[in-house]
Design a protein around this ligand. Structure first.
Ligand code: 2AM
Ligand code: CA
Length: 263
């Protein structure tokens, strides 16, 4: 089955990249650069992306690749497109924090990922999903939480660290969310946060100014586990370079959208 072949290749690529990143973490040759304010890239980001694309291209030579570090590459005539973040959580990666992931998604129609793989090599957790085949962490099938009361919910809010011009507005929204919910968290990897909602460990998520590569794989996993994800602003649909995201276990989606949008 086409979708299964894509899932298997994505899992292999994520495992290879994860093993490479574990080696690179302690390597003295790791170089760190600031791309923009508060936005970092290391020599391992590009190398991990090349390794992933090389693996996938062997099996799917006609498909297109969109990676955070290589940008959009329109080579290949097939409708299939891979969306790759070779390290989601680069700051965690070079600061020695465990919350970084390799994130790989595949789609036939824009912004409708059919396959998603998110691998956290430090914690040896591989989250994966394919449409119709369920969402999994290893052998364990994932399902979102059943929390519908905002007062019991554990949500992720991430202030816009690269867009300080929008931070005050974000903090005002975050304050409303904080007072209405149980508690807030932030892990530094959007892919990981979406996977954690899929696993029922968290209940919702709000972040702005993400790239599609940050969320595509997590989106496939979350949707297959019964959760929902939508643009934070009705009039700003997801695009390759800008996604404002509200995601949840589904039960909290309407409450989150109302709380975030109606001010
Ligand atoms: P990254 O590590 O791949 O850059 C943390 O809030 C989230 O924001 C992470 O998923 C992080 O992914 C993402 N992020 C950081 N800088 C970004 C950028 N320039 N464009 C899109 N997403 C970014
Ligand atoms: Ca990245």
């Amino acid at each position: 089955m086409e979708i299964e072949e894509h899932l298997i290749a994505a899992i292999e690529a994520a495992n290879k990249a994860g093993a490479f990143l574990l080696e690179q973490e302690s390597s003295s040759s790791l170089e760190i650069k600031e791309k923009h304010d508060n936005d970092y890239v290391t020599s391992a980001d590009g190398a991990s992306e090349r390794l992933i694309i090389e693996h996938l291209r062997k099996f799917f030579p006609d498909e297109r690749f969109f990676g955070e570090e290589g940008g959009a590459e329109e080579r290949g005539g097939s409708a299939g497109r891979w969306i790759i973040d070779p390290i989601d959580g680069t700051t965690n990666f070079f600061r020695g924090l465990p919350n970084y992931t390799v994130s790989i998604a595949w789609e036939l129609e824009p912004f409708k990922p059919l396959v998603g793989v998110v691998y956290n090599p430090r914690q040896k957790e591989l989250f994966h999903a394919a449409q119709g085949l369920g969402a999994w962490c290893g052998e364990h099938r994932l399902a979102v939480s059943s929390i519908s009361d905002p007062g019991k919910a554990l949500l992720v809010c991430v202030p816009p660290h690269r867009r300080h011009d929008s931070a005050r507005e974000y903090f005002a929204t975050m304050e409303r969310i904080f007072f209405a919910t149980s508690d807030l968290r932030s892990f530094g990897s959007a892919a990981l946060e979406l996977s954690y909602i899929a696993a029922g460990r968290l209940d919702g998520y709000y972040e702005r100014f993400l790239g599609y590569y940050d969320i595509a794989a997590g989106m496939a996993i979350l949707q297959e586990a019964g959760g929902t994800i939508a643009p934070a602003n009705d009039s700003l649909p997801f695009s390759d370079m800008e996604c404002d995201v509200i995601a949840s276990n589904g039960l909290l989606q309407t409450w989150m959208e109302r709380t975030i949008r109606n001010h």
